[in-house]
Design a protein. Sequence first.
Length: 280
Amino acid sequence: MSPVQSSVILASAIVLSALVSVVNSALPSQFKLCSRNDPKVEQCIISAVDHIRKNLAEGDFGEGFDVPKLEPLYVEQMKMQRGQDFQAVFNKLNVYGASTFKIDRLQSKPSNLSFDLVTSIPKLNFTGKYSLKMKLLFLELQGKGDIKGMLTNTKLSIKIRGYTETNKTAANGTVTNGTASNGTATNGTASNGTDSKQYVRFNRLGIRLKIEGGRFQLDNLFNGDPVLGQVGNQVINDNSRLFLDELIPGLERNLSRLFTEIVNNLLRTATIDEMFPEKV
């Protein structure tokens, strides 16, 4: 449900800001550079993220930079399914409180493109639309309508592992697997020119999520039956731990897949020397 969408975008903002805080002038002027040789590089990165917190909240990095704002987060749609026992679609969500995230722990080896990150968000409030079919204890929950709620003490553990690759683009064609449409690239050099810079790419991220608790209100459960709807919401909130545990595995998979795509797309033109310079 709503934790899915909010966490996807929030994780994207947190980790992307931690990574690109060390990128050079290709990014907004507000970003702070950190040297990969700095013995206190973790402190530098955390400071850099704090420096752009207001910009992240407002989504404002100046002309030419289209960045979704964190306050509120807006998510158009996400679908989740696990067999016939759990099916959900969530739409048009607004999430409040994402900009209060804190980086609790960061271990980084920029030269190896290795980062381990733990972040926490004390409280997230949300509103939106839902369509849900799932079994919780003895009750078959189903409904479609408005949803609102609150999550407390959300914690994200994120493992990032990267590598570099050379994009070989010929002057009048694209080099694929070292071979251009009208020539062959050998050791990064095509017959009519090539780009042999080392570009940064990231493997699929490892994501682990913990949500301490939550309160939920799902309108129109059981096609609007007021008695069953009240019972359904009470069962959800009395067993919010079970409810969240049902959601978290799918949430982690979605986070991993979607965020890996976001990071690789946004950083597709960043080279290793641009992202992690030896000196600032």
